[in-house]
Design a protein around this ligand. Structure first.
Ligand SMILES: Cc1cc2nc3c(=O)[nH]c(=O)nc-3n(C[C@H](O)[C@H](O)[C@H](O)COP(=O)(O)OP(=O)(O)OC[C@H]3O[C@@H](n4cnc5c(N)ncnc54)[C@H](O)[C@@H]3O)c2cc1C
Length: 389
């Protein structure tokens, strides 16, 4: 990316090299939380990067965050995905709850204590359909109770707080949702299964039964449907895009080093793998170009006066951001697989510096992190009513 190297980006580079890279293989092998990297992210105040300066944060832009996520993902995709998921929660709060004094205080505290926020959208019986919930908030006077049977909560055991989708009340339709922040002291998590997965093992994302209480001020006023279209979906696909670019770039750079090594071994010749490398670099460029184009457009649209009612909420824009997710998640495993074929047996070995195993396994999480067919089904419905370009 070509974002100028701000203090937050420089800090992320340090965390990536000094704290994410050295432990990435152990995190993957043991399916353990990347404690060293996340502790360093907190120390560098990177968890509050997006919080406005007026509340004590760094006031970073989304572009900066995407670059930070990519930087982390080049060394450890699990660390990067944890950071990306946390920032999606922070951005949702900053964009949609800043006029609520409870949330202003919360963000100040987040800056001070570097709280890590996990996301609880997926639910038993609903799967990855973010715009539907079974569970409902039950309000009694000033307080609420909320119980959710979640299929997947990344870093649920390590998070400080949770941002949860639920039906607005027990009589509400499944799509009439609120977003609610629940505090660590006010919820319990009963782990209902394990997290022994193919990839993204360090995200530590098992199923949990979550039971919580809180104050009604914690229920964000803006309907979740509005937040989802304007912020949650585009920002998720862009920050995840940063993670997928970093994962792809790590594989591409190994393939480049491999081909350079072959060229050095036979001076004056072009190794046959150089042709495949040329293709690979072109695939990487396409992935980067599509994420960057959507990022630039989103940053412009989201600060426009009509952001809440304009293009961001249109069907055409939903289709475009869904297509970014589909295309990027199809490109990523293809890029890593091509890098593997360039490096040959040294890419296939687990104990080689060209090993692609972790990158390939991590890459395959992208298409199922909200199933691509589920997203294509949404697009299919949109296309039935959307006018031609
Ligand atoms: C690394 C990782 C971390 C995650 N972290 C979190 C987290 O922190 N919090 C969270 O809430 N979620 C998280 N998720 C998402 C969550 O795990 C899944 O989206 C959710 O559990 C649904 O699981 P599922 O694959 O069974 O998908 P489902 O949505 O139940 O779908 C199952 C299958 O049916 C297909 N399908 C579904 N609907 C349709 C349709 N209409 N048309 C055609 N095909 C369809 C899907 O494509 C998929 O193949 C994470 C996922 C991953 C991979």
């Amino acid at each position: 990316m070509d974002t100028p190297a701000t203090p937050m980006i420089l800090a992320a580079r340090l965390v990536a090299k000094e704290f994410a890279a050295p432990h990435a293989n152990a995190v993957d092998q043991d399916a353990r939380f990347p404690l060293e990297a996340v502790t360093a992210l907190k120390r560098e105040k990177l968890l509050s990067a997006y919080v406005p300066v007026a509340l004590g944060g760094a006031g970073s832009s989304l572009s900066e965050l995407v670059e930070i996520v990519e930087t982390l993902a080049r060394e450890c995709a699990s660390t990067a995905m944890i950071y990306a998921m946390h920032q999606i929660q922070v951005i949702s709060i900053v964009r949609h709850a800043l006029d609520n004094p409870w949330y202003q205080n919360y963000l100040r505290e987040l800056v001070q204590h570097q709280y890590l926020i996990a996301s609880v959208t997926s639910e038993v019986g609903v799967g990855g359909e973010m715009r539907r919930s079974h569970c409902a908030v039950e309000v009694d006077g000033q307080s609420f109770t909320l119980v959710k049977d979640a299929t997947t909560i990344s870093y649920g055991a390590q998070a400080d707080d949770l941002l949860v989708t639920a039906r607005r009340n027990p009589d509400a339709a499944h799509s009439d949702q609120s977003l609610i922040l629940v505090r660590k002291a006010d919820y319990t998590l009963e782990q209902k299964g394990g997290w022994d997965t193919m990839g993204m093992r360090g995200t530590c994302s098992p199923p949990f039964l979550m039971s919580s209480v809180g104050d009604v001020a914690q229920i964000i006023d803006v309907p979740f449907g509005d937040m989802s279209a304007q912020t949650v979906v585009p920002v998720s696909h862009l920050l995840w895009g940063g993670c997928w670019m970093g994962c792809a770039a790590a594989a591409v750079n190994k393939a480049r080093a491999f081909v350079r090594g072959q060229a050095r071994a036979n001076p004056g010749t072009v190794p046959p793998t150089a042709l495949r490398l040329a293709e690979l670099v072109s695939m990487m460029q396409s992935l980067r170009t599509s994420v960057q184009a959507c990022l630039t457009e989103y940053e412009t649209l989201s600060v426009a006066d009509d952001a809440a009612v304009g293009t961001l909420t249109s069907m055409g824009y939903s289709l475009k951001m869904n297509n970014l997710k589909i295309d990027a998640t199809q490109a990523l495993p293809n890029i890593v697989t091509k890098a593997l074929s360039i490096c040959g047996i040294l890419g296939y070995k687990n104990d080689s510096k060209f090993s692609m195993s972790r990158h390939l396994r991590d890459a395959h999480s992208a298409a199922i992190m909200v199933g691509n067919d589920r997203i294509l089904a949404t697009n299919a419905n949109l296309l039935l009513v959307l006018k031609d370009d």
